[in-house]
Design a protein around this ligand. Sequence first.
Ligand SMILES: C[S@@+](CC[C@H](N)C(=O)[O-])C[C@H]1O[C@@H](n2cnc3c(N)ncnc32)[C@H](O)[C@@H]1O
Length: 525
Amino acid sequence: MENKTSIKPVKQELPSQFADRLGVEYSSSVSQQHKKENGQFFTPVEIAGLMASYSESDGDTIRILDPGCGSLILSCALVEHIVNTSKILRTLELVAYETDFELIPIAQQALAYLEKWVNQQGINIKTNLHTEDFILFNSDYFKQKGDLFSKPVELFDIVISNPPYFKLSIDDKRAKVAKVVVNGHPNIYAIFMALSATLLKENGELIFITPRSYAAGGYFKIFREYFFRIIDLDKVHLFISRKDTFSRDKVLQETVIIKGTKRLNREPHVTISSSGGLNDLKTPLTKVFPKKDIIDLSSNEKILYLPTTDNDEAVMEIFKNWSGNLKKYNIMISTGPVVAFRARDYLRENFENGTVQLAPLFWLHNVKQMVLEWPIVKPKKEQYINIEEKSRPLLIPNKNYILLRRFSSKDDKNRLIAAPYFFNFIQADFIGVENKVNYIYRKNGHLERSEVVGLCALLNSSLFDTFFRIFNGNVNVSATELREMSLPPLNTIQEIGNTIILANDFSVENTSRIVNEYFEPVYKT
Ligand SMILES: C[S@@+](CC[C@H](N)C(=O)[O-])C[C@H]1O[C@@H](n2cnc3c(N)ncnc32)[C@H](O)[C@@H]1O
């Protein structure tokens, strides 16, 4: 394969700096489409340095794995770090994988320069750059039972990676071989993480930079179970700004670095640091948390909480002290059953008085904080649904509910947007709830007015918004996450509801103020 770059190392240049220049040049020569297809976003040299600095490995021989290596910047930064910090190192072994054929000559160029540099430091280095798909090449390791590998394997002391990010289709070969760690339409990065964890030696270190989406949500549940059973988390660094981290490659994801160790004897603490982006990388906000507050391995969902500020910490403390949740209060949350494009035959724009019986249909745009605005005329967002035999399974009985948006938009101030609905809002036996809205209800009974208002006020409050953002980095609000969320005692919820009803002021300002009076965060000094 021909190397199209004209870049040559300059005198005294570190391998990571050279790899960075190679990556920048390559990245500017390929299209956005090419990057998207390959999940290709190169790590800036400052971040590569930070990730490398997390390694504490030392030894006579150290084996490193860099899957999805790109221009090899992570390997270079890590090798520099180890060479600079180790006193006993004699041999390095580096195994890297890259599938983009045009990029391989560049990776080879970076590798040759790295080898030369390492040798100049009086250390041996053996390298192997695989041009195969990392997942398919190692797929046998997913068949492993316990610690028994189905074929002999040389495990690694450190895995460092910025893996590709994109969703795989259910029948993609890689999704199929990785069934034990992912389900549905998995994101390829989670398979890279799981496989890497498997390929580590006992006490080996794993350092990954990825989107933070695996921290919560049903799509990544089996991944979290698999991964956090093997990997004990030591450090997390969260990039708060979506734009800054990979700005030159236009990645708009909340990004997280994790460093963990493959060990059974778990450490009791995790260090969480955060920075806006690249500019303040050297002065991160750093806090240490008990591990059980960050990830509870005995919980069903194994959500990874990522608090970063004093306020986050104080808010977590409030939630920690609550033992209630929706299930304990016999309250359910379900997704609106009306999928608009499938239910078109029953949807109506105007109220028709006469033989047809109509129910109101609530869409995402009808749900505002603390208020259900209905009807709102919009094209193709019919505000009524026919009540007839065939549409009946799509309708729900007219009772008291809380309607909660399943998505917020990036511009919304709050992630959780909930509105109360009372049965006397309209005279109808049934109501319709569109699929982008969740509804909260009591299954065999009804929610008291005070419960509807109290719970709705909590969901819309800045307190809940802060807590929600600690574990959810995207705009989706899943029913499962809500089911797991701790709640204050039911009588407190009712009391809050009654206070708001008495004041007869349902504005978010008022309801938030009341919630804040009940639960004031206490900052640790
Ligand atoms: C997000 S980029 C990161 C590159 C490099 N590690 C860095 O930090 O700059 C991921 C790289 O993985 C490569 N890649 C994508 N799918 C792969 C696969 N299945 N096996 C190996 N490499 C893959 C892409 O071509 C891309 O260069």
